[in-house]
Design a protein around this ligand. Sequence first.
Ligand code: SAM
Length: 287
Amino acid sequence: MQNLHDPAVIKDILSRHGFTFSKKLGQNFLINPTVCPRIAELGGAREGSGIIEIGPGIGVLTNELCKRAEKVVAIELDSRLIPILGETLSEHKNLKVINADVLGLDLKKLVDDELKGLEVSVCANLPYYITSPIIMKLLQDRLPIKAITTMVQREAAQRLCAPLGSRESGAVTVAVEFYSEAEKLFDVSRGSFMPSPQVDSSVIRLAIRENTPDVGDEALFFRIVRGIFTLRRKTVLNALSGSMGIDKPAALRVLERAGIEPTLRPEELDMQSLAALCRAYVEECAG
Ligand code: SAM
């Protein structure tokens, strides 16, 4: 097995395959040898586990996952990397590589077809240009998975793991909190990648909840959350009225029913208040 952390080895593989990095696809490959074993261990790769990896690149994390998990399914968009992965990971018989855009895949079917009976988790060093859409898809598809353990941009880690009610929280924080318990595991410096990105990174884990909060109508809940967070610096009274297209007296009645102070900012609301807001909206406006 070649040392896939070694920049000289990486350069040799890439030049033999005529591969050049695509900035557009977020291609920054890990060269720090301590990071991938930690992601694999903390991400649940072990006997009896099935791992979905998003964006294997040349396979540095994939290798650590294959060494530990029962089966690994790696999804890579860039077709130029498929023959490279065929070379670098040829010794692993428990790996399936799929050449596709993860955002367009039916992941429930993939779990059913490829990982049935295993304890499934997602592990990744995600392409930063689509971190949020990928995390939202993984959560909202309600996949039968234990956890998502992934490298993200440090700033995104702060937002995704922020406690609700804090200034860093946003609509995506609400979604993460709704479906999972988020935790920052460790920081990774920009020098750990080739090429080195402009930003530092962190590894986070989202442990998927078995039971999600009772918000009544889930689709409406996320419509309200997205709406009020686009006006997050306004009062919740103005944000609710402005984003949902209801007049102020109606918005006030909703907030009163939910027990929410109308002068608060949307970003100050915790999960309980947001859930109460959705239920009150249904009773006042949609009933
Ligand atoms: N796992 C490798 C590592 O840690 O060295 C590479 C990580 S790199 C940050 C992100 C990888 O995601 C790249 O290989 C890129 O081609 C791939 N990628 C980008 N967009 C993708 C998409 N929509 N679906 C699947 N893979 C994608």
